[in-house]
Design a protein around this ligand. Structure first.
Ligand code: FAD
Ligand code: 2HG
Ligand code: ZN
Length: 473
């Protein structure tokens, strides 16, 4: 077994000295996006190829040094940064950022895991295809991180989570072996589907180094509407109508409460936020049409007329141009940033069956405000797929750090108890990381946890892949 300095020397030989960082300002790699934790790394290693990743993993395993795979470091649950021990290697994939091949006939693209999501979207668009995964962090997050977390985002109602968009993976396992599972097959029943094990495993089973993803035809027309809805029940009713009138054209359905919209208006005054002053809830809807803009507009108009007649929309605007559509989407996408500007906050990334969301919110609001008077509820999210960001901002003028310190655990317990009663999930799309690792056993069946532990022990017997995340073993 080598000493730390021998390991660092070996890592320098593998990836080149310039790509092993041990000193200077490493904040970008050791602090999470929400600034919840700042860790310490033995080294940040930036391999440039799958072979280099494999050699790095082998060297770390031989030295019994644990590794934290990292992409864009935009994760929400403190899963991609090292702990405070100074003994972990951050394995950053961002140098591996190439598009490998695009197979137009097979409707697939194969890319390096460190490819930034927006670059992947743009490469597809330039080739005349749509890659539909869409998150506000797309300018920095990587496809490896999206797969590692099974990211959701704003198009899940039509295209599913990242998992549904992936056909094949290349992985360096916890022994440093390369598994080439980069097929573009849509059918392959040759035993356990390893791809699905690695997707959503948050770097705890191996390092994703490449992926084959599905492509779709570019829609002929995309229209965006911003609607004021009088209640959550109305929002759910509108979703039903949108499914009925738009069918598979419905590609986005996002909910925003009045308070989160007020935060956007407050912190980004250059953005014009419609309806927020007079409506308790607003919705952004998107219609992607494969016929024509006229057809898209006619469908949208019929939907909005029916919704107004049913009383579930009180007012609405339909974007007249792409610039207007981007501006409307930008309002929704700015909510996490506006929340960060407002100060520290508690996030609950939960999912509930869509039909029960109004009841859930009413019940949880009442319980939470009775116990934590003054707490400011920031409720918004991907209503189309049942995923709410049921977030909480500290009361105004209160010491935010103290609030977080003292109230986060009891508040999580309260919210998650209701989520359990509704048979929901305590992590819909952000994952578990280290923030929810202690909560998970209280909300997942012991049988499921036992099987997860067996998989972890089988694939990573020395517990060197992102230890302490997802599961404590
Ligand atoms: P990182 O943060 O670097 O890593 C995330 C996890 O994946 C870690 O556990 C890490 O170890 C693991 N990992 C990273 N790369 C690899 C790899 N190559 N192999 C194996 N494991 C790996 N998330 C959503 O789901 N939906 C949203 O709508 C959404 N919106 C966001 C908006 C903003 C403004 C921000 C800041 C974040 C948002 N996120 C959202 C969270 C985040 O962007 C996603 O979780 C994203 O998928 C993380 O990608 P990343 O490359 O930044 O991964
Ligand atoms: C979003 O949907 C992201 O905007 C972030 O998932 C959610 O900040 C959050 O809670
Ligand atoms: Zn989200």
């Amino acid at each position: 077994m080598s000493t730390n300095s021998e390991l660092i020397e070996l890592l320098r030989q593998i990836v080149g000295a310039a790509h092993v960082l041990t000193e200077g300002d490493l904040t970008a790699w050791v602090q999470d996006w929400r600034r919840r934790e700042t860790g310490k790394a033995l080294a940040v290693v930036r391999p440039g190829s799958t072979l280099e990743v494999a050699a790095v993993v082998k060297a770390c395993v031989a030295a019994r040094v644990s590794m934290v795979p990292q992409g864009g470091n935009t994760g929400m649950v403190v899963g991609s940064t090292p702990d405070a021990s100074g003994t972990q290697v951050v394995l950053s994939l961002t140098r591996m950022n190439k598009v490998r091949t695009l197979d137009a006939g097979n409707l697939t693209i194969t890319v390096d895991a460190g490819c930034v999501l927006q670059n992947l979207q743009e490469a597809c668009e330039q080739a005349g295809f749509l890659f539909p995964l869409s998150l506000a962090s797309e300018g920095s997050c990587t496809i490896g991180g999206n797969l590692g977390t099974n990211a959701g985002g704003t198009q899940v109602v039509r295209y599913g989570n990242t998992r549904e968009l992936c056909l094949g993976l290349e992985v360096v396992n916890a022994q440093g072996e390369i598994w080439d599972g980069l097929t573009g097959l849509r059918k392959d029943n040759t035993g356990y589907d390893l791809r699905h094990l690695f997707i959503g495993s948050e770097g705890t089973l191996g390092v994703i180094t490449g992926a084959t993803m599905k492509l779709y035809p570019l829609p002929k027309s995309q229209l965006t509407a911003f609607a004021a809805v009088p209640s959550l029940e109305s929002a759910v009713q509108l979703l039903g109508l949108a499914h009925e009138y738009l069918g598979s054209g419905l590609t986005g359905f996002e909910l925003m409460g009045q308070f989160p919209l007020s935060l956007v208006a407050k912190h980004f005054p250059q953005q014009r936020v419609p309806f927020w002053q007079e409506s308790p809830w607003c919705v952004v809807l998107e219609n992607s049409d494969n016929e024509s803009e006229e057809h898209a507009r006619a469908c949208f108009e019929r939907l909005l007329e029916a919704a107004m007649e049913a009383g579930c929309v009180s007012d609405a605007v339909v974007a007249e141009s792409m610039a207007q559509a981007h501006a409307l989407w930008h309002i929704r996408e700015s909510i996490p940033l506006a929340q960060a500007e407002e100060g520290l906050n508690i996030k609950h990334d939960i999912s509930i069956n869509v039909s029960r969301i109004p009841e859930f919110v009413e019940e949880t609001n009442a319980l939470l405000l009775a116990r934590f008077p003054g707490a400011r509820l920031v409720v918004y999210g991907h209503l189309g797929d049942g995923n709410l960001h049921y977030n909480v901002q500290a009361p105004e003028n209160e010491d935010q750090a103290l609030f977080l310190n003292e109230q986060e655990a009891p508040m999580n317990a309260l919210v998650y108890e209701v989520v359990d009663r509704y048979r929901g999930s305590i992590s819909a799309e952000h994952g578990v990381g280290s923030l929810k690792v202690d909560s998970l056993p209280k909300h997942k069946s012991p049988v499921a946890l036992g099987m997860m532990r067996a998989i972890k022990q089988g694939l990573d017997p020395h517990n060197l892949m992102n230890p302490g995340r997802v599961l404590k073993v």
